[in-house]
Ligand binder design. Structure first.
Ligand code: SAH
Length: 325
C-alpha cells in the first residue's frame, strides 16, 4: 500500500495502471468463490440432463414436421428425428424439452385485417341460417377466404357459395364449412384429420380450434399449393399430405375428429378404424349424381359406432386416383 501511495505521488500514470491491476485481481478473487458455488448447481442440472434430452428429441420431431415442404411421405418424420438426435448437444435438447411443447400450446392462428367487413357479413349470413355457435362464427370471420380462391374469383370470395379452385374441384360453401366444423365439437386438444384439402381453407378454419390438424389431398398440384398457401399465410401447424384419403393417416391416428369434404359411396372402413373412442366424423355419403347425405358418425367410449344423416348436400366425389397424373 505504501508503494502504491509513493507511485501515486510521483507517477500519476503508473498509479492508474497499478490501481487497475489491483481491481482486476480483486474481481478475480471475488468471482472464484461464487463460481465454485455455481459449479455445484450445474452438476445438479447435468444429472437431470439425459432424461430431459430424450423427451426433447421426441418433442422436436412433430413440431418440426409441419414446416417441412415434403411432409407428405411417411418415412421423413422418423428420419428427421434420427438426425436431430445426432446433432443436438445436451444443452439444446434440455431447452427443447419445455419450449417445443410450449410452442404447440401457445400457437395461435394468424390474424388478417384486410376484408374484415366482408367476413363479418359472411358470418352474419351463416348466423341467419340458424347456426348460432359463436366460436364457429368467430372462426369463419377470422380466416381470409379470399386468400384461398383463384384471383378471378376473389371478388366473390365471401359470398355464401362454393367456388372453383382448379382441377374440377371446389372450395365448399361457407355455411357448409361452418356447419361441418360445428358438428365436430372441437376443443383445443382435438386431433383432427381432413380428407380433401382442396384450397386449404377448411384446414385453416380447423386451426382456429386446435393446432393438431392433418389434411390429405389426392391431387398433387392442389396438395402442393395448399401446403405452400397455408405456410405462407401463417397456418404453420397444418400437416398436408398427398395421398388417397380413403386410407386415412394411420401413423397419426387415432383422431378425435375426421372431416371428409368429398362424397364417398360408402364410409371408408379405415376412417372408422382411425376414429378415436368418443370421436366424431362428418362425411357426405352418396354417388356423384345421386342425392348425397351429410352423415355424422360417432364412436362411443366402448368403441361402438353409430351414424345418422344430418342433411342433403352436394360435394365433388371422393376419387381413388390423382386426376393430375
Ligand atoms: N376442403 C376443401 C374443399 C374440398 S373439395 C377446401 O376447403 O378448399 C374436395 C377435395 O377432395 C378436392 O380437392 C379433391 O381433389 C379431394 N379428394 C377427392 N378424393 C380424394 C381422396 N380420395 N383423398 C383425398 N382427397 C380427395
Amino acid at each position: 500500500m505504501a508503494r502504491e501511495r509513493r507511485c501515486a505521488k510521483g507517477l500519476g500514470k503508473w498509479a492508474l495502471v497499478i490501481g487497475a491491476l489491483l481491481l482486476v485481481a480483486a474481481a478475480l478473487l471475488f468471482n472464484s468463490i461464487p463460481g465454485d458455488l455455481r459449479g455445484g448447481a450445474q452438476e445438479e442440472n447435468r444429472e437431470g440432463g439425459p432424461e430431459e434430452s430424450a423427451a426433447a428429441s421426441e418433442a422436436e420431431a412433430p413440431d418440426r414436421a409441419p414446416g417441412e415442404p415434403s411432409d407428405d411421405d411417411e418415412p421423413s418424420p422418423g428420419e428427421t428425428q434420427g438426425a436431430d438426435k445426432e446433432q443436438g448437444d445436451a444443452k439444446e435438447k434440455e431447452q427443447g424439452a419445455g419450449e417445443e411443447e410450449a410452442e404447440e400450446e401457445e400457437w395461435s392462428p394468424p390474424r388478417f385485417e384486410e376484408r374484415q367487413a366482408e367476413r363479418d357479413k359472411m358470418a352474419r349470413v351463416i348466423r341467419a341460417y340458424g347456426l348460432a355457435d359463436q366460436a364457429v362464427l368467430d372462426a369463419m370471420a377470422a380466416v381470409p377466404r379470399h386468400k384461398f380462391v383463384p384471383a378471378k374469383h376473389q371478388a366473390r370470395a365471401h359470398d355464401d357459395t362454393p367456388l372453383p379452385i382448379g382441377y374440377g374441384q371446389t372450395i365448399s360453401q361457407p355455411y357448409i364449412v361452418a356447419e361441418m366444423t360445428r358438428r365436430l365439437k372441437l376443443t383445443e386438444d382435438s386431433r383432427v384429420l381432413e380428407i380433401g384439402t382442396g384450397s386449404g381453407y377448411q384446414a385453416a378454419v380447423l386451426t382456429e380450434f386446435t393446432p393438431q390438424v392433418r389434411t390429405i389431398e389426392i391431387i398433387k398440384p392442389l396438395a402442393d399449393s395448399a401446403r405452400r398457401r397455408l405456410k405462407g399465410l401463417g397456418y404453420t401447424v397444418v400437416k398436408v399430405r398427398h395421398a388417397d384419403g380413403y386410407y386415412g393417416w394411420a401413423d397419426e391416428a387415432p383422431f378425435d375428429a375426421i372431416i371428409v369434404t368429398c362424397a364417398a359411396g360408402q364410409i371408408p372402413p379405415p376412417l372408422i378404424k382411425q376414429l378415436a373412442r368418443g370421436g366424431r366424423m362428418v362425411i357426405p355419403v352418396g354417388g356423384p349424381f345421386a342425392t348425397q347425405t351429410l352423415m355424422l358418425v360417432e364412436k362411443d367410449e366402448e368403441g361402438k359406432v353409430r351414424s345418422r344423416s344430418l342433411m342433403g348436400v352436394r360435394f365433388v366425389p371422393l376419387r381413388r386416383r390423382d386426376v393430375s397424373e
